[in-house]
Design a binder for this molecule. Structure first.
Ligand code: SF4
Length: 240
């Protein structure tokens, strides 16, 4: 369902879930770059953004090569590793961009008053809602499409993700151009294009989030999401 020129310029178009399902079938066989081009042809630059957790550097590189003024944002939970923030600075310098920073409305002090000390240990879902989900909701309320770097091979909870769909939770279109890619393909891209990456990945962290909830993995933990929320059943932040 590639649109003609007139339709592709119609940025007021509202996509129905049925239309998105048809587009999804079409995009399933496309490369991530082709998926990104579909976004650029169908959405104004101010209406979409890549949600960056500084793990999707291959996607960020592809997007900025196609659209150098594309919006990139991150949620500053207040708990990022120094290595993650160093990587953010490196990316900003490398691409000459500013990664938009969005913070929770509830400060760490106020969160302690609401939920007690170390809420992430007592109730990580509540902590993620305050520090990630609600700030993300605020950002997404001003967008028509958000782009994520999630992939089907990142674990059972992501095995069935579509490339594009209507995000019921946040009320906009969601697209994941790397959905069909494997971890190896991502790393091959990073190496081939000599991209920077989080140094923690070389030190036993397969997945990197907030400091209190991210730990190096032990031998035998091969899941890409291993090392997150150890001791809890939780495997997702509530964003996907
Ligand atoms: S990952 Fe941990 S510290 Fe970060 S928001 Fe979620 S529960 Fe809180």
């Amino acid at each position: 369902m590639v649109k003609d020129k007139e339709m592709t310029q119609d940025n007021e178009k509202v996509w129905t879930p049925e239309e998105l399902a048809a587009v999804n079938a079409e995009l399933e066989s496309k490369t991530p770059e082709e998926v990104i081009r579909w976004v650029i042809e169908n959405f104004a630059v101010e209406d979409f953004a890549l949600a960056c957790s500084f793990k999707e550097l291959a996607l960020l590189d592809m997007l900025l090569k196609e659209k150098p003024d594309a919006r990139i944002f991150y949620i500053d939970t207040g708990f990022h590793f120094k290595e993650t923030l160093d990587l953010k600075s490196k990316i900003e310098e490398l691409y000459d961009i500013t990664v938009e920073r969005h913070v929770p409305e509830v400060s760490l002090d106020d969160m302690e008053k609401i939920g007690g000390p170390k809420l992430w240990e007592i109730d990580p879902d509540k902590c993620c809602t305050i520090r990630k989900v609600e700030p993300l909701r605020k950002v997404l309320s001003a967008l028509k499409l958000w782009m994520t770097g999630i992939r089907r091979d990142q674990g059972p909870t992501r095995a069935g993700i579509p490339i594009i769909s209507w995000d019921v939770k946040f009320g906009l279109v969601k697209i994941s151009p790397l959905a069909t890619w494997t971890k190896k393909q991502v790393w091959d891209y990073i190496v081939e294009h000599d991209l920077p990456y989080n140094m923690l990945l070389d030190n036993g962290y397969p997945s990197i989030g907030c400091v209190p909830c991210t730990h190096p993995v032990v031998d035998g933990e091969d899941d890409d999401r291993a090392g997150r929320w150890s001791g809890h059943k939780k495997t997702e932040c509530g964003l996907h």
